[in-house]
Design a protein around this ligand. Structure first.
Ligand SMILES: Cc1cc2nc3c(=O)[nH]c(=O)nc-3n(C[C@H](O)[C@H](O)[C@H](O)COP(=O)(O)O)c2cc1C
Length: 183
C-alpha cells in the first residue's frame, strides 16, 4: 500500500509553493502518493485520506499565512492522530543572530499552540526575495531587503534565493525513510 501524503501550504509570493512541490517530488520518488494543495487556491476536505500531512507557510512580518493555520486549527483533533510535519520559509536563516529566535517564533510557538499535535519533524528553510513578485505595497520592501544583502553602494542582485534545495530534499527524505536503506 502506498503512503498517502498531503503537502499543503500558504504563500504570498509563490516561493513556498516551489518548496512544497520539491518535497512532494522527493516523497513521490519514495513511492508515496502525494497531493499538493496551495491553500490560498484550493481546499482540503478530508484529512482521513492521508497518512502524512505536511503543512507549511511563508513568513511575513513574523507571521504564517492564515490558511494553513486555519487548517491546523480546524483539524487539530484529526491531526493529533496522524503523522504531521510543519515547515516555514523565511529570510531569518540568513541571519545567525536571528535564527534561533525565528525558529522559536515561527515553529516552536505554533507547535506549542496545538499541544495535542506532535509533529514528527519541523523544517526551517530559507525563502526567496524577488521584487518582481511583489505587489505595489511590498515591491519596495523587497528591493530594500535585497539591497541589505550587499554592501552599501554595491549593485544589488535581482533577487535573493536562500532556499537550500539539498536541505529541503534531506528533510523530505527524513519524513519517509527509505525502507531499503541500511542506515
Ligand atoms: C514584506 C515582507 C516581510 C517579510 N517578513 C519576514 C519576517 O518577518 N521574517 C522572516 O524571516 N522573513 C520575512 N520575509 C521573507 C519571506 O518569509 C520570504 O520571502 C519567503 O520566501 C516568502 O514566502 P512566499 O514567497 O511563499 O510568500 C518577509 C518578506 C516580505 C516581502
Amino acid at each position: 500500500m502506498h503512503e498517502r501524503v498531503l503537502v499543503c501550504y500558504g504563500t504570498r509570493y509563490g516561493s513556498t509553493g516551489e518548496i512544497a512541490e520539491n518535497i512532494a517530488e522527493v516523497l513521490r520518488s519514495r513511492g508515496a502518493e502525494v497531493e499538493v494543495v496551495n491553500l490560498k487556491k484550493g481546499r482540503v476536505r478530508n484529512l482521513d485520506a492521508y497518512d502524512l500531512v505536511v503543512v507549511g507557510s511563508g513568513i511575513q512580518m513574523g507571521r504564517w499565512t492564515k490558511e494553513p493555520l486555519n487548517l491546523i486549527r480546524k483539524n487539530r483533533e484529526a491531526l493529533s492522530h496522524k503523522k504531521v510535519a510543519f515547515f516555514v520559509s523565511c529570510l531569518s536563516v540568513a541571519k545567525p543572530e536571528a535564527c534561533e529566535q525565528a525558529q522559536r517564533d515561527y515553529l516552536d510557538k505554533i507547535v506549542s499552540e496545538f499541544p495535542e499535535i506532535r509533529p514528527i519533524s519541523l523544517g526551517f528553510f530559507g525563502g526567496l526575495i524577488d521584487p518582481t513578485r511583489g505587489n505595489f505595497m511590498t515591491k519596495s520592501i523587497m528591493k530594500a531587503l535585497v539591497q541589505s544583502f550587499v554592501e552599501e553602494g554595491e549593485e544589488p542582485p535581482e533577487y535573493v534565493d536562500l532556499r537550500d534545495w539539498n536541505q529541503i530534499r534531506e528533510w523530505a527524505e527524513g519524513l519517509m525513510p527509505d525502507p531499503f536503506s541500511d542506515s
